[in-house]
Design a protein around this ligand. Sequence first.
Ligand code: AMP
Ligand code: MN
Ligand code: MN
Length: 331
Amino acid sequence: MSDKVNFETLGEIFRQNQTFALMSHMRPDGDAIGSVLGLGLALEAMGKTVHFWNVDGLPDSLAFLPGSEKISLPPAEAPDIDVAIALDTATKVRLGEGNLIAAAKAKLWVNIDHHISNPLYADVNYVDATSPATGQIVYEILQALEMPITAGSRDAIYVAVSTDTGSFQYDSTTARTYRMAADLMERGLAVGDINAKTYDSHPYRRIELLRALLNTLELSTDGKVAHWVMLDQLRIDLALKPEDSEGLIDMIRAIRGVQVAVFFEELPGGKVRVSMRSKDRSVNVCEIATHFGGGGHALAAGIRMAGPIAQAKQQVLSAIAAAVSQKNESF
Ligand code: AMP
Ligand code: MN
Ligand code: MN
């Protein structure tokens, strides 16, 4: 199975079908929502019927995106649809069960993604692990197929790529990424305004969360690993929403000498979400995540694993310590 069909194959699918369901991973980030809106609004502008589904709905933090009100929970009963398209979703399970039920009548599944761990789970796969964001793949598809880039698609694609690249900072960012951003600006993107809405408009409770996380911060492995912990009780006490922690890990990733940053979050029901960032390609956090049933990218990966949190912490931190020590021995 090819990891990348050519754009024309996607063009045929878009032309020959009428009804599409666009979905992305649970606990959606900017790239998950932005890539769904970027492609979906373009399909709508071509006269197609588009469903925009996410099992966790739209995070408040992305409600400024034009068209984002179209994102809904998947319906309990599967409507007639022609094509189901998963975007920014490393495994089919990450779509959540609600999406799989709602998309049961799809005649064709398409998988558009940039996770290196993606096992190519659809009938038609376009997986480009060199792309910094699924939003950039969507942009390239729209360009190649001369599909309409409406103001809504333009803003959604920009936010998708900006959030997945740490504001165009990570080394996954390429000259193509900057050219894309320049083109979006030429198409009328209000860069200061959209960045302010994305980065300078957090609810106060996010900063209260940061204060609580800082109190749990620990360094290990000679200062090369930093981690912090969020217990489920904190979510209750501060009335937190899932998106409130988005991006906070970058604070501890930025500590001098730290090679790997880890965020442990106890989920309601006792499972544990682990978020990892590496600053060094020779410590591949995707490999570590995959070992525990998760996945992602070499420098940013995640896991959902069984608790209790103390045990998850111990297991993951010792796997990271082994990877970090191995790397430092080889020099
Ligand atoms: P996060 O730490 O949640 O921002 O995720 C970092 C990267 O890893 C993102 O690209 C996610 O899509 C991916 N990722 C996070 N959790 C998982 C998981 N349980 N399985 C596969 N990929 C994941
Ligand atoms: Mn994502
Ligand atoms: Mn992404």
